[in-house]
Design a protein around this ligand. Structure first.
Ligand code: CTP
Length: 232
């Protein structure tokens, strides 16, 4: 394989949903398939990087000699797994759809339907990207995702600042055949001090190439990326 800028770069990726237990048989989760995060992992591997994929429960499997997959369920488990790897990471991509809240108490036994109504009290989960944004070094590149229904660019720019991302991949819920479960996606890349860059609807594998290319540009900084990075 040709040497590329990403050869031996250490990449940490979160992917998929998290599951927050209610009792031993029930949980709160979301529709994330993990496809986008896994496609990004595959693209980084194609470019020679070493990847740690911290994945919530998904129906995808990816094998590669330079890939370590850490399977987790809850947001707390995802955070703890990332804590092991973040310090030695060159690039962190927070692609997981982390549940923002979890049940305040997890019942030890299956909850029975004794009452006519039932309330679950929720408490906030750790914001994984925000926590690592606080300790990120100048040489580390951090990338987040924003899935929005309205005022998309304003929200994406807000997340860029709040979570100290170098780049946000924006998805709009208003775009057909993009986001949850689809094999296609339509993104806008938002970086600090640059005009947002809109991409057309593409297969997630192609979108992953665009994302990894944009991350490479961040890594290169002042160098001309075209001569250093090859995308087949
Ligand atoms: N994220 C995370 N940990 C969380 C919540 C979000 O790491 N507990 C990451 C996601 O992986 C994504 C980014 O933060 O890269 C944006 O997540 P999102 O849920 O869209 O943003 P929030 O800041 O939680 O804002 P809101 O839900 O209010 O839109």
């Amino acid at each position: 394989m040709n040497a590329t800028l990403l050869n031996n770069k250490k990449v940490l990726i979160t992917a998929g949903p998290t599951r927050e237990a209610i009792d031993p048989v029930r949980y709160i989760s979301n529709h994330s398939s993990g496809k986008m995060g896994y496609a990004i992992a595959e693209q980084f591997l194609n470019q020679g990087a070493e990847v740690v994929l911290v994945s919530g429960p998904v129906n995808i499997s990816l094998q590669h000699p330079r890939l370590k997959t850490v399977k987790v369920n809850s947001a707390s488990e995802m955070y703890l797994a990332c804590c092991h790897y973040f310090e030695n990471t060159d690039v962190a991509v927070f692609a997981a759809a982390v549940a923002d809240y979890r049940p305040a108490k997890v019942a030890g036994q299956k909850i029975k339907k004794d009452e006519s109504s039932f309330t679950i009290s929720l408490i906030k989960n750790v914001d994984i990207a925000y926590e690592f944004g606080k300790i990120k070094s100048a040489s580390q590149v951090s990338v987040g995702f924003a899935l929005e229904t309205n005022d998309e660019l304003t929200h994406a720019q807000g997340k860029l600042q709040k979570k100290n991302f170098d780049m946000v991949v924006l998805n709009s819920m208003n775009d057909a055949n993009a986001t949850f479960g689809f094999d296609t996606n339509k993104i806008t890349i938002v970086k600090k001090d640059l005009q947002p860059k809109e991409f057309s609807l593409k297969q997630k594998s192609e979108v992953a190439k665009d994302i990894v290319k944009e991350i490479s540009v961040l890594l290169i900084g002042q160098y001309e990326h075209k001569e250093l990075v090859r995308f087949e």
